[in-house]
Write a protein that binds this ligand. Structure first.
Ligand SMILES: [Zn+2]
Length: 270
């Protein structure tokens, strides 16, 4: 006979179900929630820091994929719109050059925001952890940053130069802050995947790239339009572009690791 009277397969402390919140204490780990039928193991994994919900990981992967696709629209959309022009489709739909420019410039941003909202979808049953705060911040700041930036396309009442500058700076800082929040959230997820180093590199790289972008914006502001391009400005611009490319590659690596994690989790729950 077993010396231990306690059955290790029974949940011995308060564990809320990831789907409905029902307390699973006293139930078997290989069983299901009596309220909604979700596997008890998923809630145990969630509480021990492991990923409990495969659907949630799938959503994050989809969000990353959409974010990775968004920059390509900058290249694709001129090609698409050019071919639409050739076939006489665009002239029927679009009358002014401003709207044409707006479609061209907003398409990648809108797709990017959709990707951010998909990546930052709340984890089922999550209640604590630093990831929650970064997730919320990134989820709110990024769309608002884009919204302010898009105002630049619709200057119906002619704005004062100072107002334009404030709007540009606010949107830039919101965009950079949003990116840093997202990087911090990715770092939190990476830690849970045992990829802490990737998370740290993502976070630091985003901060450095953001700082370079702020430097470019500040130097532009100081020199004004049509001013002499300084060496520092060129260096910062090069670093910003290289930084963005690097962060892009890191996001791609993060997506690959999420895919591997999904396979692992699906295998454990199978
Ligand atoms: Zn339940």
């Amino acid at each position: 006979m077993n010396a231990s009277t306690a059955d290790p397969a029974v949940v011995r402390h308060d564990v809320p179900c990831i789907a409905c919140g029902y307390n699973l204490r006293g139930l078997r780990a290989d069983g299901t929630c009596p309220e909604c039928g979700t596997a008890v193991q998923k809630a145990i994994d969630r509480q021990t820091g492991l990923f409990g919900d495969e659907q949630w990981i799938r959503r994050m992967i989809r969000g990353c994929s959409v974010m990775l696709f968004a920059p390509w629209l900058l290249i694709l959309s001129p090609c698409l719109t050019a071919s639409m022009y050739r076939h006489g489709l665009l002239s029927r739909v679009v009358s002014s050059d401003d709207i044409y420019a707006a479609i061209l410039l907003t398409a990648p941003s809108v797709v990017g925001v959709i990707g951010v909202l998909m990546l930052t979808v709340p984890e089922p049953g999550a209640s604590s952890g630093d990831g929650v705060t970064w997730r919320r911040l990134g989820r709110w700041v990024t769309p608002w940053g884009y919204a302010v930036a898009l105002m630049a396309l619709f200057d119906v009442p002619r704005l004062e130069r100072a107002v334009n500058i404030i709007r540009d700076q606010v949107s830039l800082f919101a965009f950079i802050f949003g990116a840093i929040c997202l990087a911090a959230y990715c770092r939190h997820i990476a830690r849970r995947m045992n990829r802490a180093k990737l998370g740290e590199v993502m976070w630091v790289s985003t901060i450095v790239t953001g700082a370079c972008a702020v430097g470019v914006s500040w130097l532009n502001l100081v020199q004004g339009r049509g001013g002499m391009t300084s060496f520092a400005l060129v260096v910062l611009m090069v670093f910003t572009v290289l930084g963005l490319c690097y962060v892009y590659v890191l996001l791609a690596a993060f997506t690959v690791f999420l895919r591997a994690e999904l396979e692992r989790v699906a295998g454990r729950h199978a």
